[in-house]
Design a protein around this ligand. Structure first.
Ligand code: ATP
Ligand code: MG
Ligand code: MG
Ligand code: MG
Length: 469
């Protein structure tokens, strides 16, 4: 099944079970200033779960555009390293606003995954986790569904404070919260990694495909938990991960949708080597960048715009590593529109805009990328130890426009680390200089900036949101 067909099947299954299909919301959260980007299907329904908003339906199904490249969930560093993480992905989800609860949620998920009429996955490849003391969910999986007990794992017991584990979901410090149950797929013994809850769980053998959240309690400021009058359900399944399972490939990057992006990237860059991490990074990043621009984000020096800029510059650097010279990234917007435009027409409508924004950003950065890389090589040739000094990281940042994480990405490829404290000291010193200069009424730091090299004002904390950017 192609990813587009899986998305459709998901809608159909839940519509047949009384759910209303709701369109994906924008990547820029409409009602939550604490959130950098939409990172889950439930975001747009937050007020429904809180009881602040009533809708005409109590059951919803959606495929939500998500970006996890900053804030609480940040998978940027995983891209290119794991088989399962993207900066942009689609989260399929079904939701109950005070309607059905655990039993139905579990039965729906299992039926959709294993029924011969739907995805028909082999049952013995599926592993389940429940929250440590969630006997109710355990019993449903074991007794009603019939999953053998060796493949149902309680998570959370041994992780210290109650409700601090991965399998207990909270919306914030207070408010609705509750236990989770996750469904994992075993990709087989050829892949490294252990079952969920084991020391090796971070490998890519057992991949989490679906997370069911049972909103059951309301947590008050004093930490007490009272049962919610009408418990709710929020679920999320990564479309790319379930596509990999159904297409019998291990990595998300081998699914239909990514194959065409990888081919397009190799063609535009002029390299042939498939399977390279850098090519995957480029293919991943064209999705997050294009969707973010389509939703109104523009590259800038702070907040959401700086996250976008960082992703674009990372893509440029990886393209450069593969041999690209000059602007190449923007040309992939076409391939993406071709691949995903049917499901997301904004990619087609805004293709020209996306290309213009990307091309301008790339052209600006390509002027300094080459030079910055040369400087870095020189400094590395003299490096003693395995830590790149803060002054070098700062120089690359300030003069050549290398975001901190871009240098960190290069360092990681070579088994090196960055002197973060030293970099922060240089940043503080620069801010101090800027303050001193501006107290004379003229912002000398601005005057001193040379064309095209730096229009950076800071790697900093966003004062309004508190998000580290
Ligand atoms: P993981 O533990 O693998 O990082 P998660 O627990 O952080 O996943 P959830 O927040 O539970 O993920 O999101 C629900 C589902 O969305 C996951 O079960 C997975 O299928 C998918 N998903 C989460 N993060 C990503 C990502 N970065 N790229 C692709 N799919 C993802
Ligand atoms: Mg995660
Ligand atoms: Mg997880
Ligand atoms: Mg999860």
């Amino acid at each position: 099944m192609k990813s587009a067909q899986i998305r459709e099947a998901f809608f159909r299954f839940f519509e047949q079970n009384g759910h209303t299909q709701v369109a994906s919301s924008s990547l820029i959260p409409a009602n939550d200033p604490t959130l950098l980007f939409t990172n889950a299907g439930m975001n747009q329904f937050k007020d429904c779960f809180l009881g602040l908003e009533k809708r005409a339906y109590q059951r919803a199904v959606s495929s939500q555009k998500c970006v996890r490249a900053g804030g609480k969930h940040n998978d940027l560093e995983n891209v290119g390293y794991t088989a399962r993480h993207h900066t942009f992905f689609e989260m399929l989800g079904n939701f109950s606003f005070g309607d059905y609860f655990k039993r139905d949620a579990i039965h729906f998920a299992w039926t959709f995954l294993t029924s011969p009429d739907w995805l028909a996955l082999p049952k013995d490849k599926l592993w389940i986790t429940v929250y440590a003391n969630d006997d109710e969910a355990y019993a449903i999986w074991a007794d009603e569904i019939g999953v053998p007990k060796e493949r149902i794992i309680r998570i959370g017991d041994n992780k210290g404070a109650p409700y601090a584990s991965d399998n207990f979901w909270t919306m914030g410090d207070t408010g609705p919260c509750g236990p989770c149950s996750e469904i994992f797929y075993d990709h087989g013994a050829e892949v490294a990694g252990g079952p969920p809850g084991s020391a090796e769980e971070d490998g890519d053998r057992y991949i989490e495909i679906w997370n069911l959240v049972f909103m059951q309690f309301n947590r008050s400021a004093d930490g007490s938990m009272d049962p919610l009058p009408a418990p709710s359900v929020d679920t999320g399944m990564g479309l790319e991960r379930i596509s990999a399972v159904l297409q019998r490939v291990h990595s998300n990057y081998e699914i239909d949708l990514f194959q065409s992006l990888l081919n397009a990237a190799a063609k535009v860059i002029g390299c042939t080597q498939q399977g390279q991490a850098s090519l995957k990074v480029v293919a991943d990043h064209i999705r997050s960048c294009s969707f973010l621009i389509a939703d109104g984000v523009l590259p800038s020096n702070e907040g959401r715009g700086y996250v976008l800029r960082r992703i674009i510059r990372r893509a440029c650097r990886h393209g450069h590593k593969l041999g690209a010279r000059g602007a190449f990234f923007y040309q992939l917007a076409f391939a993406l529109a071709k691949e995903m435009g049917a499901a997301y027409p904004q990619l087609i409508d805004q293709q020209a805009h996306i290309e213009r924004v990307l091309q301008a950003e790339e052209e600006q950065f390509s002027k300094t990328l080459e030079q910055g890389l040369k400087i870095l090589e020189q400094d590395l040739a003299d490096l003693k130890g395995t830590e790149i000094p803060g002054e070098t990281v700062f120089k690359l940042y300030d003069t050549y426009g290398f975001p901190y994480d871009l240098t960190a990405d290069i360092a990681r490829e070579r088994g090196l680390t960055l002197d973060e404290a030293g970099f922060e000291r240089e940043m503080d010193a620069q801010r101090e200089r800027a303050r001193a200069a501006s107290s004379f009424g003229v912002d000398y730091t601005r005057l001193l900036k040379v064309e095209g090299t730096t229009d950076f004002l800071g790697y900093q904390q966003n004062a309004a949101s508190g998000q580290v950017i």
